[in-house]
Design a protein around this ligand. Sequence first.
Ligand SMILES: Nc1ncnc2c1ncn2[C@@H]1O[C@H](COP(=O)(O)OP(=O)(O)OP(=O)(O)O)[C@@H](O)[C@H]1O
Length: 267
Amino acid sequence: MGRLLLDGLSVSIGGAAVVEDLALAVEAGQVVGLVGPNGSGKTTALRCVYRALRPTGGAVWIDGNDVARMPLPASARLVAALTQEGRADLDFTVEETVALGRAPHLRGNQALSARERELCRAAMARMEVLHLAGRGVLSLSGGERQRVLVARALVQEPRVLVLDEPTNHLDLHHQIRLLAMLKGAGLSVLVTLHDLNLAASACDRLAVLSRGRLVAGGPPADVLTEDLLREVFGVRASVVPHPLTGVPQVLYDLAAATPTDKEGSSG
Ligand SMILES: Nc1ncnc2c1ncn2[C@@H]1O[C@H](COP(=O)(O)OP(=O)(O)OP(=O)(O)O)[C@@H](O)[C@H]1O
């Protein structure tokens, strides 16, 4: 359960096509990475999944249900999102912020059950923020706050998790831990990432957007090619298999940087 389908998704803003006819499936339990240059439409596509934006064409389906037609509380129980815009919270404590993830499951001012309190504690432990439980979120570092917000998304117990550049602010240890956790979470995950090496390691499949259109999709080894890096990102780089895992890894040579027809260099 938790199959996410972007079905011919299109979004126009001010008459400009930002996402065009995007078709993309995340099978239950899969991690799919949405990658592409700045301004290629990744955030816009994700915003349609968590209903911050209504598509102008096509639809988002979860387990056969059109998300845009669901009652809001129902979709809030199915989809959790770690967004770029939702990062400036009020000054709740860490514990209170994480508990807010249960809101779609509660009626009115209903208190958390013992199971829910344990769920919150476990999520904080998993994201290594348990020691910060009593701190105000506004006093946290960017990376600490990011981990709190992931814990909040986890306690929501969604079927689908969308994350927009979740590794922002995280140090290397926490980047790797977060992506490993996503891989083992048993959720359907759609995640935007700029680090293609982390994306190749963490994702079952990659979808590459360029100027709002899907230009490649499939297992990382099929998608991450030197041609694609040159054509889509305007970057000349080598792609080699990881010596331990075999997943493709991109090796950059700054001396060979040749921005030619690179998209969105203003983004
Ligand atoms: N509300 C808006 N009004 C005008 N243009 C918008 C709006 N939202 C997005 N856009 C434009 O749509 C394009 C796609 O934006 P989007 O944020 O989806 O890209 P992205 O791939 O997530 O980029 P980045 O990698 O820089 O985060 C950009 O050119 C952006 O300026």
